[in-house]
Every structure is written in C-alpha cells, then in structure tokens.
Design a protein around this ligand. Structure first.
Ligand SMILES: Cc1cc2nc3c(=O)[nH]c(=O)nc-3n(C[C@H](O)[C@H](O)[C@H](O)COP(=O)(O)O)c2cc1C
Length: 384
C-alpha cells in the first residue's frame, strides 16, 4: 500500500540478526544510531514481556545511506544483531546441516502461524515457520519507523501512542484532548497507560493472568499531530489514507481490529452527533470537534489522526492448549517457547513506527522532493 517509499525486512527470531532497507527516503534528514536506539529501547519495555527482552539490547547499526550525520537519498540499510544467536547458532539455527540430531517442533500452537505455515510450505518442523512469523521482526520495523520519525519531526509532525485497555481493564482518558506528544507520560508507565489507577489495575491483571499460565491482549491508540490536509486521496481505494493506515496496523503480528476516530461508536449514533462541524478559527477553516479522527474521504483533514488497534492475547501459553502432533498425528499439548504474557505496550510503539512509515510515504507522495529542503519548499509553496 506504500505509494512512494519501499521497505523490506529480513531475519529470523533466533537467527544472526535483522536486516532492513528503506528506499525512496529523502536526502538531508539529520539521523543517528542514537536517535533510532531510543525507539528500539521503548519497544523492548512493558510489563508482561518474557525472558528474551532481558537478553537483547537492541541497537540498529546504520550500514548505508548516511554521511556526516545526514541521509544521502540512497537506500538506508539497518542491521540489528540478535544477541541470542550465540545460544542458537550451533544447532537449532545453524546454517549448515547439523552434525547431530536437533529436536524438531511438531506440536503447533493454536493462534500462531505454526499449522497454516507448515501446511503452506510442506515443512515437518514448525521451527521453519515460527522463526520468521515471530514478532521479533517488528524490531526492524521500529528501526525503520524511527528513520521516518526523524523526517516527520523536521516537518513538525509528531507520532505518539498510549495503551487504553489490557484485558477487561479500560483506561479513562479523553483522547480528543491529546493534542501534543504524550509519549513522555506514556513511557513513564510500565504499561504505557496515561490513567495511573487503570495502569496499576492492568499490571495486576497481567500478573494474575501470567500466574495461571495464560496471556492477555488489549487496545492501544496511535496519534499524529501537525499534519497538513490532503494526504492520501479519495480517488482510488489503495490511495485512501485510512485504508493504508489500517493495513499497516493490521500487518503487525496479533493485531485483530483497527478503527479510526470514534471508531466502533459511529455505528450507534446519528449523523449530527458524529460529523465534525466546520468553523473559522484564526482565519483558518477548522473543525469544532474531531470525531473523524483526522481523516475524511481517505485524506487527512488537518486535525489529529487517531487510530485504535486491538491486539489479541499472545498465542504461546505457559499452560498450553490442546494440539495434534504434525508428524505422529497423535493428540498432545502445544509447543512451549519462551514467551511474553502481554505485549500491548510494545505493540503501541510498533504502531507508531507503522504510522510514521505510512505518513512519510503519504507526504512524499503528495509533495515530492529528493531532499528535506525540497519537501519543505514544496509544502510551503502549497501554503501548508
Ligand atoms: C510485540 C509483540 C510481541 C509478541 N510476543 C509474542 C510471544 O512472545 N509469543 C507469542 O506466541 N506471540 C507473540 N506475539 C504475537 C505473535 O507474533 C502473533 O500472534 C503470531 O505472529 C500470529 O499472527 P496473528 O496473531 O496476526 O495471526 C507478539 C506480538 C507482538 C506485536
């Protein structure tokens, strides 16, 4: 669904590392590994993560596309080493045919890519599927998203997020009031929740769920401020900004619903309650409210973009569900792998990365330009 930018990631969860390439990104954007490291560290946090996150200290090395602190307009390549590879390289993840038998994973986990993945490729070892289907891949998306964040912040555009629900525990937050970057406040909470009382209840709920060997999902919201109107288009289905954001969010592992603005609530109210009246504000034409979540007709309307995303509970369970062995066809219990009990806070940071990638693409599509200065000049020329 990207119109101008291209990005690719590669890498297995316990492989040597993750590679990423971002193509079509403008020259002249200030960038550093330190800037990217901040978002990678934010993705590693959150109450409910498993043991893997204590092993990894994600750092993205910029291996191309940067000189003297500024992007060159050539492809930007990132490399994130998997520290855990040291523990896996000799047998389970060796690139060569192993010299001794390596245990195979044969009991697919309900809710994961395991069963459909082996049926698709004809494998008889689920590890061939689970290594790439793991959400470890999203570390690279966060790295590439941080590159886009560097570009967006030069244009005064901020992307931020917060967790609004874990399991049945809901935060009481007026997200219509979140007009400035609330990441510092969200990051100060172990569940990235702005409502402290609800945050404490969320942590308790995660602990109780983990104690009984289960997992839990939730909801987060990603917002973007400072956007010009007219990003995206009403003219074609695949140029609509809401469709592009929904696809980007849904592509994150375990995301099962995406809504925009008032989202699901728009189905139960009347038109006069949901459409944002047009008003004159300081000589500009604005909206009195933002029920639409910043998008109308597939285009940004200049208000804050608000996207809510629901994550299902993590599929790997400490107390696994029933399954069937793919080799013996005997009933058994699903494979157990080191796992998170809840990853909604981390998912919200990944949601920011996907929002940053889509918005960067939409800006380059609308304004064009090979360098940051050219993009800025084109934006100024259109009066935004
Ligand atoms: C940040 C993050 C961490 C995740 N951690 C785990 C995990 O530890 N164990 C697991 O089974 N699934 C985990 N998942 C979810 C699976 O990757 C996901 O459910 C799986 O790829 C199947 O895709 P689907 O749920 O979209 O169908 C995580 C997802 C995210 C976004």
């Amino acid at each position: 669904m990207l119109q101008h930018l291209k990005f690719l990631t590669a890498g297995e969860s316990h492989g040597k590392g993750l590679s990423g390439i971002l193509e079509g990104f403008p020259a002249g954007v200030p960038l550093s590994e330190k800037f990217i490291a901040r978002d990678l560290a934010r993705r590693q946090k959150g109450h409910g993560r498993g043991g893997r996150m204590t092993i990894e200290k994600d750092h993205a090395e910029i291996t191309s596309g940067l000189r003297h602190g500024y992007t060159l307009g050539s492809p930007i390549a990132l490399w994130i080493q998997n520290k855990d590879w040291e523990n896996w390289k000799l047998d389970k993840m060796s690139h060569e045919v192993p010299s001794h038998p390596v245990p195979e994973v044969t009991l697919p986990r309900p809710g994961h890519a395991d069963l459909a993945g082996i049926q698709k490729f004809g494998f008889n070892d689920i590890r061939n599927v689970l290594e790439r289907s793991s959400a470890r891949e999203t570390a690279m998306r966060v790295g590439l998203g941080a590159v886009c964040r560097a570009f967006l912040s030069e244009l005064g555009i901020q992307v931020y997020s917060h967790v609004t629900q874990i399991g049945p525990v809901k935060a009481t937050v007026d997200s219509k009031g979140l007009t400035i970057n609330i990441n510092p406040d969200a990051d100060a909470s172990d569940v990235r929740c702005l409502d402290q009382t609800a945050g404490e209840a969320m942590i308790k709920h995660i602990d109780e769920t983990r104690k009984v060997g289960d997992s839990v999902g939730g909801v987060f919201e990603v917002l973007a401020s400072g956007l010009p109107p007219g990003l995206g288009s009403y003219a074609h289905w695949d140029r609509k900004l809401d469709a592009r954001l929904a696809a980007a969010m849904m592509s994150i592992n375990a995301m099962k619903s995406v809504s925009i603005g008032d989202g699901l609530d728009v189905g139960i109210v009347t038109g006069s309650q949901v459409h944002d009246e047009i008003i004159k504000k300081d000589d500009t034409i604005r909206r009195a409210t933002n029920h639409a979540g910043g998008i109308e007709g597939g285009m940004s309307n200049g208000e804050i973009i608000q996207v809510q995303v629901t994550m299902k509970p993590i599929p790997t369970l400490a107390k696994p569900l029933h399954s069937v062995d793919i080799q013996t066809r005997e009933p058994g219990i699903a494979h157990k792998e080191r796992t998170d009990a809840c990853a909604v806070p981390a998912a919200s940071v990944i949601g920011e990365a996907m929002m940053a990638l889509v918005l960067t693409d939409a800006i380059l599509e609308k304004f064009g330009g090979d360098s940051l200065d050219q993009v800025k000049a084109h934006m100024a020329a259109t009066g935004v």
